[in-house]
Design a protein around this ligand. Structure first.
Ligand code: BGC
Length: 349
């Protein structure tokens, strides 16, 4: 178990970016930046032991600052969209920047994905971790309360990546964090995700409007959104369905995870044998199939971006819960701790 760190360059505001690479004893590794808590690569074996990258990333900080659609980032304070970029807590209205049509997306203009985090390295017998800390000031991006955030990324000898999120506030607020990794299990983006398999243990999902805001909770039965049995991502994606079309031809929807299931989602690339299990204590998962990704951008591991080159499985509390009556709002109050947990296990099958 080992952590290596090296400089990844400087941001436009001249802050040094450090890349931490967490190695386990199997030569698998995960690289993470102190900028945005960004996972830049996840190097895990296929069925023949070939270690390759299974996430999208860039080789330079400049590309992350200028072009990144949240590749691998920590997203907060609130992941997803807050409708009309505003919400109320106990009668007070809080206004956020509308950075996605009339809505606020992924924490605002300078969310947790664009700040420098303080990093502590932890090396144990079977686990290597880094703990990231960031103090988001009262009023930052319009959100109330000084929010002290800790995120720990741990990688162990079973090729499991665990993410623990933790936050405390001094004023009643909202928090809903996620990690925005773009997965492609073929290794170095050899095949797109339409040829890879996905299971999501969700009996229901949220149809969305044209601004990708959830409008209701619906049964997945008899829809292209039924991923309860593992199926090819591409199996139903071309079906003439208004919900697939409204988000640009594919999936960009919250799924309501079944409580009874331990595993939230499974992704499998049969050709390489790589198999990923997602376990979380969160209520929802946003499945985004890269419908909106710009084409032709050079990414790391010699991957060229295009539609459906990867997929995101964003575990989180219900999106826009603060504004949607069909979801219970969840607040963080002083003297409470926000906690969230997600584990991505990389196996071969
Ligand atoms: C959203 C997409 C968005 C993507 C990149 C996802 O979480 O649901 O609509 O295009 O993030 O910003």
């Amino acid at each position: 178990m080992e952590i290596k760190s090296n400089s990844f360059g400087y941001t436009k505001s001249d802050e040094e970016v450090i890349k931490y690479t967490l190695y386990n004893d199997n030569n698998s590794s995960i690289s993470i930046l102190n900028y945005g808590g960004i996972i830049t690569s996840i190097m895990v074996p296929d069925k023949n032991g070939n270690i390759e990258n299974v996430v999208l990333g860039f080789d330079s900080i400049k590309d992350y600052e200028e072009k990144s659609p949240y590749f691998g980032s920590l997203v907060g304070r609130v992941a997803g969209r807050v409708s009309n970029a505003s919400f109320k807590i106990d009668g007070s209205t809080y206004n956020l920047a509308a950075n996605n049509n009339s809505n606020s997306l992924h924490g605002g203009i300078k969310g947790f994905d664009k700040v420098i985090w303080n990093v502590t390295e932890i090396v144990e017998k079977d686990t290597v971790s880094i703990s990231l800390n960031y103090l988001s000031k009262d009023g930052e991006e319009g959100y109330p309360g000084n929010l002290d955030v800790n995120v720990t990324y741990s990688f162990n000898n079973n090729n499991e990546l665990e993410i623990h999120y933790n936050a405390k506030t001094d004023k009643k607020t909202v928090v809903n964090m996620t990690n925005h990794s773009y997965f492609n299990l073929s290794g170095n983006g050899k095949r797109d995700i339409l040829e890879q398999y996905l299971q999501i243990n969700a009996d229901s999902y949220c149809p969305v409007d044209k601004e990708i805001m959830p409008i209701e909770i619906s049964d997945v039965k008899n829809t292209p959104f039924d991923f309860r049995q593992i199926k090819l991502v591409g199996q139903d994606i071309k079906i003439d369905d208004v919900q697939l079309q409204i988000v640009g031809g594919g999936y960009d929807h919250p799924f309501i995870l079944n409580d009874k299931e331990n595993i939230a989602a499974i992704m499998h690339d049969k050709e390489s044998g790589r198999y990923m299990e997602v376990v979380t204590d969160q209520k929802a998962l946003v499945f985004y199939a890269c419908n909106q990704l710009d084409s032709g951008i050079e990414l790391s591991s010699n991957i060229i971006s295009k539609k459906h080159i990867a997929l995101c499985l964003e575990t989180q509390y219900y999106p826009d819960a603060i504004n949607q009556e069909f979801f219970e709002s969840k607040f963080l109050c002083p003297n409470e701790t926000y906690k969230a947990y997600t584990k991505f296990s990389f196996k071969v099958k």
